[in-house]
Design a protein around this ligand. Structure first.
Ligand SMILES: C[S@@+](CC[C@H](N)C(=O)[O-])C[C@H]1O[C@@H](n2cnc3c(N)ncnc32)[C@H](O)[C@@H]1O
Length: 321
């Protein structure tokens, strides 16, 4: 406490903004969840207050007596838009928001909050994929971010020397799609858990190749370039070492590993928030480029390069040396 009469010189704006920030997030979550951007106006007793708040946030505008979507909500918050982030909003509302309420416990104990929040037990991704609808929502969410970043990730390095790419834990295949578009000579496939492949196929572009399996246990398919998009940040250091070693063993000499993750740099607020997010919902964390290099070199990889893409995911490329 400052003694009475001391001049207060620090601007309170950052603190006030952070007190209020979660209200903005939750307003958007509730609006998506209640179907506001799909045109639902039958919202109940305080519906007008939510709609007006969406206007204030720039997500709706008034036209005559009606509320209509703005360009940004039409593109990113409607379910049918090819660039929708509504899946990630719904996943955030259903799963992340309640788990973040236990952030103090996560920090103290150093582990995710699935069990504390939802009573879920078992392997990590059985919590993400508790029901087919939860699986769909999560995959749609990852897809939305992937569409925004995968073209930049595959352009971060020249991949034209590779012939066959397999994206391990590739979800809906946005990285595979971007890679095949960027490198017409490349054949590529998604490898993911069987229960995920069944749902991802429905969401993915027709004709994408899907392979079902467990990257910790099953034989990895043949490839001279493996990809890991937002996979390493899910797992403990031991599991990462196991996975990287399995990939290294499966690759031919000079084979590649392309990693799409957000690189943690000092002051990179979104990456630090993402690292706390990984704390509450996974076994993992975000890392700096140097930390990825150390993990990769410990598994036998070399020639490690990285690039900040300016999108929601950065890129790292390593070679089997
Ligand atoms: C965070 S998501 C990333 C999805 C996708 N790579 C992307 O960037 O959008 C993690 C993915 O890893 C998959 N996954 C988790 N455990 C796996 C395992 N043991 N074997 C194969 N895939 C797994 C999940 O099903 C999910 O699709």
């Amino acid at each position: 406490m400052r003694p009475e009469g001391t001049t207060i010189s620090a601007d309170p704006a950052p603190v006030i903004e952070l007190i209020e920030a979660f209200r903005r997030s939750k307003t958007m979550f509730a609006a998506v969840s209640l179907g506001v951007f799909e045109g639902n106006r039958d919202l109940g007793a305080a519906g007008d207050r939510l709609l007006d708040a969406c206007v204030a946030l720039g997500l709706l505008r008034r036209e005559g007596g009606a509320y209509v979507n703005t360009a940004v909500s039409e593109e990113y918050l409607t379910l049918a838009s090819p660039r929708t982030l509504a899946g990630y909003v719904l996943y955030s509302n259903r799963a992340l928001y309640p788990m973040w309420a236990h952030l103090e416990d996560a920090v103290r104990e150093g582990g995710h909050r699935w069990s504390q929040t939802f009573g879920s037990e078992g392997p990590l991704f059985s919590s993400f994929f508790a029901t087919p609808q939860a699986t769909r929502t999560f995959l749609q969410g990852m897809h939305g971010f992937g569409v925004l970043s995968s073209p930049a990730v595959v352009r971060a390095f020249d991949l034209s020397g590779f012939r066959r790419m397999v994206d391990l834990g590739g979800g809906t295949g946005h990285l595979v799609e971007a890679a095949m578009e960027g490198y017409p000579g490349l054949s590529a496939a998604v490898f993911d858990l069987p229960e995920v492949v069944a749902v991802a196929r429905e969401l993915a572009r027709a004709g994408l190749e899907f392979l079902a399996g467990d990257f910790f246990e099953d034989e990895l398919p043949e490839a001279d370039l493996f990809a890991l998009g937002q996979i390493l940040h899910d797992w403990s250091a031991d599991k990462i070492a196991l996975l990287l070693r399995r990939i290294w063993e499966r690759l031919p000499p000079r084979g590649g590993l392309l990693i799409a993750e957000r690189l943690l740099e000092p002051g990179a607020v979104a990456a630090h928030m993402q690292s706390l997010n990984m704390l509450v919902c996974t076994e993992g964390r975000e890392r700096t480029a140097e930390q990825y290099r150390e993990l990769l070199e410990a598994a036998g990889f070399g020639d490690v390069r990285w690039k900040v893409t300016g999108t929601v995911r950065d890129a790292v490329l390593a070679r089997k040396v």
